[in-house]
Ligand binder design. Structure first.
Ligand code: ADP
Length: 896
């Protein structure tokens, strides 16, 4: 039965018809067939003629509506019409003429719910289900209250009608469910098949890209190789210029092909990561050699800074890391017109013997608008179309870089100040090989760049015998020419077979082997050379020359035991370099002239070492100059806004000067935090001195400083802003603690932040206000309270509580007595005072008075360091002359 049903469905199935249409067609037909059976039954048992006519009308109308709506591609409309017909026509007639509850109706209600539920979708379905429910309830209610509305039958007719309907509807429902199930299975199968087809398409697309890349590389190999030969010759300047243009165009083409291939691999998840031990110094040298020439050509400086503790060897995918860095460095050069491009490399020990290497590529170029940063790593998107109109590139690079970084388990971020420059930071955790570190990095010179003036042959080996195997004649010619200056004796063959013939008779000192060759490929040929009975080259180094160096192949070459591999198009220097490393030393003459090639003026300058972490703060931290200098704290000034201009807090406007200015009570002044853009600029500048900034901000409820700095910090991955919870020297104390903590936890900034947050409660910031008038002027005290305070000689003591300034107490008395009382209260009222540091921060207090204050403090407690500090305008404006505060910290429990 099931099988027949399934065949029937297959027979009826529209080859490409959609799921909804098939369902509509089947279910309407099943319903109509059921109705026809019931109609025949009703005629036999002599049901009410009205009901019979209604049934016949429905049996004609429903299929018609169905066919028309399918033809007009309006299935939902057709289904709605049929459902409406059920609700308003056939169901009420069947209810009232079919004998109400005792007739067939209950089963037909169930059928109707199922029909609407399965055929309709979305809001229409809900609406019609509600409509049907209303119609059912109304019919029941009418029958209940007015039983006469219901047509009465004989008992036998009722029973027969009901039995017939139950059977027909039940089978119908059964069929509908089975159909639904079958359709579902069918649909599922179709989806699976589509997935298989997509996968196959994907694979063939990949194969296509890969073979395209292989095919395109071969002619580019010829172009680049022969062009290099032209550049080596003594040709006219014009020819040399043309050759250089050919060189840069072919490199561009090559990088485009590489990008497209990488992108296609990424998309199909085929990008492989091959981790091997590699030499960090060598890799960095190669990078330097590649980039400095390009930077030089544009008149840019190139600087590199390498952490001396970087392990000399690491275990990761060297090729991909190099690809990432080359991409970032190329962009830096490309998007910078003047100034400098730099690469800095630092590392941090991670768990289980690994290190996190942080690579930072910085430029002084055009920068990136902050609104473009979120799209920066999206493929096919040039973030600044307008400005970059004349710059070549596809916008694939950064997307590939990001995906590679993620495949390597690392992170990438960017911080950029538009028009000033960008910094890309990549961090990748890598395994270490041993404990050796790189020490002072001095790049070895490689012939990475081959413009005419730089070519210098690396060695000569006239007695060395080299065999080159490649099925492509052009490739053979290019490789031979590129090696010409080394004077090695070269034989070339076009197949694996010919190669084996030669290796059986003649000893070679090195063999260059193409990978993809018809009949016998390079890998097979290599195996046979190694196993060749009586072979003369069983131990000869074999170098694969390949046009497809993806992860899979790289792993294969390593596994097979090739001595090296070179990717086509190959440049002369790379060929020489590899050969030089594999040929027996005694065969080589001419020397290592490589260092001389660039002359003695080192192109690579060691840039200033950046601090791992630096503490920054705002001028309102009220720290003495000498501390700021000795602790290397960077300070951003707040602003003092007056009618006569805006001044930088601390430098342009000092606290006392402001107080003198304010002595004239017709003027006003207020202190304002820097804007978000000021913070951005400040952070960007300071990040040239440190890898990480921790900015200590003024109590967040006392100024906009914290909010503005936090907003600015969002543009940088390596800036953290903390709420000091204090102001003035209380904030300064927090800054000093931050400097100390940073020395201990420079690698763990989360810990650092946590420790500082715990310190907030330990710092005691309070000020005694001599004259409440200033508080009144700034709206912090009402005029009548001011009058009361002045009349009663009341001095409020301002303290910090939960990051907020509040009045912590009041002191009565004349100036001098009040000061004494405050000192006693401030020092004695606190347990566990840390007697290391005390700030006496003041506004408009004479030297004599300050000496008295110091003496008074000493009678109570001796502090190791006492700083007498003039308060910044921010404090002076609020507290007025004659105010001062004792600021220190408590020791907290676990500090002992
Ligand atoms: P493209 O091939 O266009 O350089 P990328 O993916 O490498 O593609 O870069 C995407 C976009 O990001 C570039 O078009 C450019 O607008 C911007 N960009 C990348 N690096 C820098 C940089 N160092 N300075 C300024 N803009 C950059």
């Amino acid at each position: 039965m099931r099988k027949k049903l399934s065949n029937f469905i297959h027979g009826m199935a529209l080859p490409n018809g959609d799921f909804a249409e098939q369902k509509f067609r089947y279910f309407t037909l099943i319903g109509v067939i059921a109705l026809i059976i019931v109609t025949i039954g009703n005629i036999i048992i002599r049901e009410d003629p009205v009901e019979i006519i209604a049934l016949i009308l429905t049996e004609i109308a429903a299929p018609l509506v169905m066919l028309i709506s399918i033809r007009k591609k309006k299935i939902q409309v057709g289904a709605i019409l049929i459902a409406l017909g059920m609700i308003f026509f056939i169901l009420p007639i069947a209810f009232f003429f079919g004998g109400g509850l005792e007739g067939c109706i209950v089963s037909w209600y169930v059928f109707s719910y199922l029909f609407i539920g399965l055929i309709l979708e979305g809001k229409q379905r809900t609406f019609l289900l509600v409509l049907l429910t209303v119609s059912v309830v109304i019919s029941y209610a009418l029958a209940y209250f007015w039983p006469d509305l219901v047509y009465h039958h004989d008992r036998s007719v009722w029973y027969m009608d009901s039995l017939l309907s139950v059977l027909v509807v039940s089978y119908t429902v059964y069929l509908m469910v089975v159909f639904q199930n079958q359709l579902f299975i069918q649909e599922n199968r179709r989806t699976q098949q589509q997935a298989v087809e997509i996968e196959a398409l994907n694979r063939s697309q990949n194969r296509f890209f890969s073979s395209m890349s292989h095919e395109i590389r071969t002619p580019i190999n010829t172009i680049i190789g022969l062009n290099e030969m032209i550049l080596r010759e003594e040709v006219s300047d014009e020819v040399a210029e043309d050759a250089r243009n050919i060189q840069s165009a072919s490199r561009m083409l090559l990088s485009l092909i590489n990008d497209i291939l990488d992108m296609s691999k990424m998309e199909s998840g085929k990008m492989e990561i091959v981790r091997v031990p590699y030499d960090t110094g060598k890799m960095l040298s190669e990078l330097v050699n590649m980039i400095w020439g390009r930077a030089n050509e544009k008149g840019l400086k190139f600087a590199i800074d390498v952490d001396p503790y970087l392990p000399a060897q690491l275990f990761s995918d060297e090729v991909r890391i190099k690809q990432i860095l080359i991409n970032l460095l190329n962009n830096a050069v490309k998007y910078t017109e003047k100034g400098e491009v730099s690469l800095s490399i630092h590392c941090r020990r991670a768990a289980n013997g690994r290190v996190v290497v942080i690579y930072q590529v910085e430029d002084t170029g055009m920068g990136i608008r902050s609104e473009s940063i979120p799209y920066l790593f999206d493929a096919f998107k040039r973030v600044d179309e307008e400005k970059n109109r004349y710059i070549e590139g596809t916008g694939l690079g950064l997307s590939i870089v990001k995906q590679l970084v993620e495949l390597l388990g690392g992170e990438i971020s960017v911080s950029s100040v538009y028009t000033k420059g960008s910094t890309f930071t990549v961090s990748i955790e890598q395994e270490t090989v041993d404990d050796a570190v790189i020490g002072q990095f001095s790049p070895q010179k490689y012939h990475g760049d081959h413009s005419r003036s730089y070519y210098q042959q690396q060695f000569e080996a006239p007695d060395a015998k080299v065999l080159i195997v490649d099925d492509n004649k052009a490739n053979l010619m290019v490789a031979s020419k590129l090696l010409r200056d080394t004077k090695v004796q070269i034989d070339t063959v076009e197949s694996g077979e010919q190669c084996l013939k030669l290796t059986a008779q003649k000893h070679y000192d090195a063999i260059f082997m193409d990978h993809m060759m018809p009949e016998m490929d390079g890998v097979e040929c290599f195996r046979r050379i190694r196993e060749q009975t009586g072979g003369m080259c069983k131990n000869t180094p074999v170098i694969v020359l390949t046009a497809n160096a993806d992860g899979e192949n790289r792993a294969l070459y390593k596994r097979e035991g090739f001595d090296a591999y070179l990717v086509k198009p190959v440049e002369g220097a790379a060929l020489e370099e590899t050969l030089k490393s594999l040929l027996p030393k005694e065969l080589m003459t001419g020397s290592d002239s490589t260092v001389a090639a660039y002359g003695s003026d080192a192109v690579v300058r060691q840039i200033r070492r950046k601090a791992a972490i630096m503490i920054t703060t705002d001028s309102v931290a009220d720290l003495p100059e000498e501390l700021v200098r000795s602790m290397n704290i960077r300070v951003l000034p707040y602003r003092v806004v007056t009618k006569d201009g805006i001044f930088d807090d601390g430098t342009e406007a000092k606290g006392d000067a402001i107080l003198r200015y304010l002595a004239d009570d017709k003027v006003a002044a207020r202190s304002e935090s820097p804007e978000v853009s000021d913070y951005e600029e400040f952070f960007a500048k300071e990040l040239t001195n440190a890898q990480y900034l921790l900015h200590v901000a003024m109590a967040k409820k006392s100024s906009r400083g914290f909010a503005n700095a936090s907003e600015a910090a969002l543009s940088f991955y390596n800036v953290k802003v903390i709420d000091s919870g204090h102001l003035s020297s209380g904030m300064g104390l927090m800054v000093m603690e931050a400097v100390k903590e940073a020395e201990n936890h420079s690698q763990d900034t989360d810990m650092l932040g946590k420790n500082l947050a715990a310190l907030k409660d330990a710092i005691q910031t309070s000020f005694i206000v001599d004259n409440t008038e200033y508080l009144t002027r700034n709206g912090r005290l009402s005029p009548w309270l001011n009058k009361l305070c002045t009349a009663l000689m009341i001095h409020p003591v301002i303290v910090m509580k939960d990051s907020e300034m509040t009045v912590g107490g009041i002191i009565f008395g004349s100036g001098k007595r009040a000061r004494q009382k405050y000192i006693h209260k401030a020092l004695r009222g606190v347990s566990n005072v840390d007697t290391d540091t005390l700030f006496i921060t003041h506004a408009g207090i004479s030297g004599e008075e300050l000496a008295q204050i110091r003496n008074e403090v000493e009678t109570i407690m001796k502090f190791e360091h006492v700083y007498v500090q003039q308060a910044s305008p921010a404090i002076s404006i609020n507290c007025g002359p004659g105010s001062f505060g004792l600021i220190f910290r408590r020791r907290y429990q676990h500090e002992g």
